[in-house]
Design a protein around this ligand. Structure first.
Ligand SMILES: Cc1cc2nc3c(=O)[nH]c(=O)nc-3n(C[C@H](O)[C@H](O)[C@H](O)COP(=O)(O)OP(=O)(O)OC[C@H]3O[C@@H](n4cnc5c(N)ncnc54)[C@H](O)[C@@H]3O)c2cc1C
Ligand code: FES
Length: 280
């Protein structure tokens, strides 16, 4: 049976909640499986779905699972309001409507042969996790891999076990920093850009992928440029309010771009004129 989404991208397909995993006090990872008759679709790292919580509404959420797993979709969701709260409160077996995947993904192929820098802030590690899986699975294709991750506090760190696993991979460096460490924290304290000086890679042959609050990405991009990264080699994942997710309604317009269709991932040279204008 063909996927309904392939016929009408506005029509959600029913998926069943398989698992809800508590990551932190306000963040949960949901695993969804296609309901009977629904064909699971492939996704590119960095793409997102529109998740429909029946009776509440629809919201864009990035896919945070492994792209090779075709029969399940994984999302990491921070509960910030009505729709996200309803989503993370689903019980196993309940149905969630899924549209997508949508958007342009991370430049996994362009990164081949180069050092790869991943910079994540808070929930921004979720859309980057699929690219980390992909790059580590194809390790010989890439140069050094550096993952820099900033969270509010040690209790807000996502994927703790995986961070430790990634750090043990060859030619891979994982550095974590928090805004507030507390008494038992022995790691770095400060914003994520303070980790740049420890990153062991060659900027001129590197490609960077960053996701986090917009203010963070503004500083990340500027700082990387001063360290020798080309603007076209810095990729940023942008967020805007979305409705249709297919370039029709204009809700996600950001300057000349529709974030749902042209993004959500853009190069810094595309975003720079807009990021300088704070009110957009
Ligand atoms: C392409 C894309 C991918 C996304 N991927 C993810 C993801 O993987 N995981 C995830 O948890 N969220 C993700 N989001 C954000 C998510 O869609 C919003 O948090 C959600 O729509 C908020 O809906 P709500 O009804 O729960 O909260 P609302 O009632 O809309 O908002 C409640 C409060 O939270 C604030 N708020 C809303 N969104 C955010 C945000 N993103 N960050 C901080 N504060 C916010 C609002 O300003 C408001 O004060 C993504 C957004 C986009 C556009
Ligand atoms: S969400 Fe409708 S055009 Fe992007």
């Amino acid at each position: 049976m063909a996927s309904a989404t392939a016929i009408d991208p506005m029509l959600p397909e029913p998926y069943s909640v398989r698992q809800v995993l508590k990551e932190t006090a306000d963040t949960f990872t949901l695993t969804l499986e296609p309901s009977e008759g629904v064909v699971g679709s492939r996704f590119q790292p960095g793409q997102f779905s529109m998740l429909w919580v029946f009776g509440v509404g629809e919201l864009p959420i990035s896919i945070s699972g492994d792209p090779v797993e075709r029969h399940r979709l994984v999302y990491t969701v921070r509960s910030v309001g009505q729709a996200t709260h309803a989503l993370v409160s689903r019980d196993v077996g309940e149905t969630v409507g899924v549209r997508g995947p949508f958007g342009a993904g991370w430049p996994v192929e362009k990164a081949e042969g180069r050092d790869v820098l991943i910079v994540a802030g808070g929930i921004g590690l979720a859309p980057l996790r699929p690219v980390i899986y992909e790059v580590l699975r194809n390790r010989p294709k890439y140069g050094r891999i550096v993952i820099l991750y900033g969270a509010r506090s040690p209790r807000d760190l996502l994927y703790r076990k995986e961070l430790a696993t990634w750090a043990r991979q060859p030619e891979t460096q994982v550095l974590v920093t928090v805004d507030y460490g507390g008494l038992n924290w022995r790691g770095y304290v400060g914003v994520v850009t303070t980790l740049f000086k420890y990153a062991r890679l060659q900027p001129a042959r590197s490609l960077a992928m960053a996701c986090g609050p917009e203010i963070m990405m503004r500083f990340v991009a500027r700082d990387l440029e001063t360290r020798g990264f080309a603007q076209e080699s810095i990729y940023l994942s942008m967020e805007r309010n979305m409705k249709c997710a297919i370039g029709f309604c204009g809700h996600c317009q950001y300057g000349p771009h529709f974030v749902c269709k042209d993004g959500p991932i853009f190069t810094y040279d595309q975003m720079r004129p807009l990021l300088e204008k704070y009110e957009l």
